[in-house]
Write a protein that binds this ligand. Sequence first.
Ligand code: IPM
Ligand code: SF4
Length: 484
Amino acid sequence: MTDPGVNSAAGASAPRTLFDKLWERHLVKETPGGPSLLYIDRQLVHDVTSPQSFEGLRLSGRKVWRPETVLATADHNVPTTSIERATGSKGISDPLSRIQVDQLTRNCEDFGIRQFGLDDKRQGIIHVIGPEQGLTLPGTSVVAGDSHTSTHGAFAALAFGVGASEAEHVLATQCLSINRMKPMLVRVDGKLAAGLSAKDIILNIIGNIGTAGGTGYAIEFAGDAISALSMEGRMTLCNMAIEGGARVGLVAVDDKTIAYVKGRPLAPKGEQWDAAEAYWRTLVSDEGARYDRVVDIDAASLRPMVTWGTTPEMVVPVDGQVPDPDKESDPVRRRNMKAALAYMGLAAGTPIEQIQLDKVFIGSCTNARIEDLRAAAAVAKGKRVASNIKQALVVPGSGLVKEQAEAEGLHTVFMDAGFEWREPGCSMCLGMNADRLGKGERCASTSNRNFEGRQGAGGRTHLVSPAMAAAAGIAGHFVDITEV
Ligand SMILES: CC(C)[C@H](C(=O)O)[C@@H](O)C(=O)O
Ligand code: SF4
């Protein structure tokens, strides 16, 4: 991999990581020892965090400087049944949720921002629709008032979540003051066993480095197991970089990146495309580039992963057991493990495959893209959801994912098996809309967070891949999909 030096002002300089290239390309001003000023190309906006940003603009009498670089949609608070959706925001029974959705529409109208409304088939979770529309492009800097903005790094975009006041600043100026991160490399080599996916890779990585392992770093995922992933898989991986503590996750540009972006509504066309593609192809780390931390993972040794606790690092292979806190020597960890087991209602030593479930959720910005739905449908085809499962939801990440899935007949596969086929949104990923876990209910979920109460007060979340979630729905408990 050689860098033609297209973006290197210094010409033939030291080898650079992909992160260094992206950072330097967007640098407006660097203060030694202090934060840098970065130019931000794109912003995604959703219903939860944006009201404060727009209010700030109003109060200071500022406008959105480049509205064409911003794309908004409601995702967190939106209902996912077609009946509720038919009446727009009126179908939202929770008053706060309804206010946030209506407020987003008003703000977008007032500030001239493009919004996909609830009746627009391009609506969906912001981290699904950004890439889908070609708003997310390689080499761009992307922010949103949402931590899972790391998802967009799958396209070699410098993408990270920001707070509401930072988002406001970017709306007004396209600039952001931020400390430089340190580049970290997670190299995953070897071939994944059949049935495993990007979700198993990232859960394994987080189990390995811990939820703070990536703090202060921008993680680049590389190696032949990463090259072998589709763009959907790479998005799953980068989506959860933040769960490993890293605000930024990155994958270098290759043919798959280019093929995914080509023809997207907001992607460049004609000569502009050619120039862009030539630049994008330089967005790889140079041979010999230096990282501050390197972690190696052997893909061939990985197993399907299931979280047992209340952080994503509390994870074991499906053929393992709930760990025993008494065997943990670190007192803080021991205490946390005990608290997690108490919340999760699990006993140490229980085989993961014996954990009985109440609900299944296939969705979220981690795993609600077409490939995820295909993987889940392949497992569910011709089978029936187990009788102990009270609810099994499949929630596509966007209206376009839904349309594609329906064209492939996946919705019929799911419905015939007893899954509910819903409208796009964050849904049961977090308890902010009508899709929730009840107290003590246990769920196999393809989302990215398993904190206490995440899917509803008292709800118990186990994070898994789409194929694992579907298989758990059919069996009523976790099963090793490499053995069925
Ligand atoms: C609501 C939003 C701020 C939050 C985030 O930042 O990620 C949410 O999307 C989440 O997944 O917890
Ligand atoms: S799907 Fe979940 S993780 Fe993603 S943006 Fe929505 S709430 Fe956050």
